[in-house]
Design a protein around this ligand. Sequence first.
Ligand code: UDP
Length: 238
Amino acid sequence: MKLIYKRVLLKISGEIFNEGHKSIFKKNIIQSLVQDIYFLIKIGVEISIVVGGGNLFRGADLSKLGVHNITSDYIGILSTIINGLFLKDIFQKFNIPVCLVSSLYVDSVCNKYNVEEAKHLLSKSVVVIFCGGIGVPCFTTDSAACLRAIETESEIILKGTKVNGVYSQDPKNCKNVTLYSKLNYSDVLNNEYNVMDLTAFVLARNYKLPICIFNLNNHHALIKILSGEKEGTIINGD
Ligand code: UDP
């Protein structure tokens, strides 16, 4: 199989773990993704993952309940660590070498983030799961994804979502919508397409880091993207 990317960073939001169901985790949803990653690792792709926490807690939701903003964000950060532990366990069950690294130090369950160590692990075909966001409040795991992708010299950030990519308009509200296969950074900014939070997006643009928005539930979506097949929307170029 011809690969168009060798080192990639996958961003998965917490909501992928439960798909809106009542239970916090639905294991089967994530299993097909892990199987694809197993295959990709075997053929030499280096994969890191930034995991979100939205299935458990988001800072903004807690603030609305009257919890202090900063405390709310730390609760959100801790929820990404819970998801990281869950994801690590699944990788281990598939015998995939994996290392859980956190930006917020919880030494008994996660390694501390260190960029050189992360790059070394990636070069040894270990899946590196980054949790704890960037370790401080007022950010999101999209920012963590862009930052870690830049630091680890990943070639692209793959943002797994519940939609097939970026549409001209919201397909839920409009009939005649276009699903873009390619966009440049300014198209996204000028049209205010909501691909990720603005801080994260501007960081990716400034470092010319390509972004792919794709549907994690599509069969073998990751494999298709890495082999250059049409899947999702690629954002790249001024
Ligand atoms: N968060 C934070 N700093 C970070 C990353 C995350 O404060 O560097 C908090 C923030 O409150 C956020 C929550 O953790 O709402 C969960 O992360 P996110 O919303 O990015 O999760 P996702 O939507 O991707 O599941």
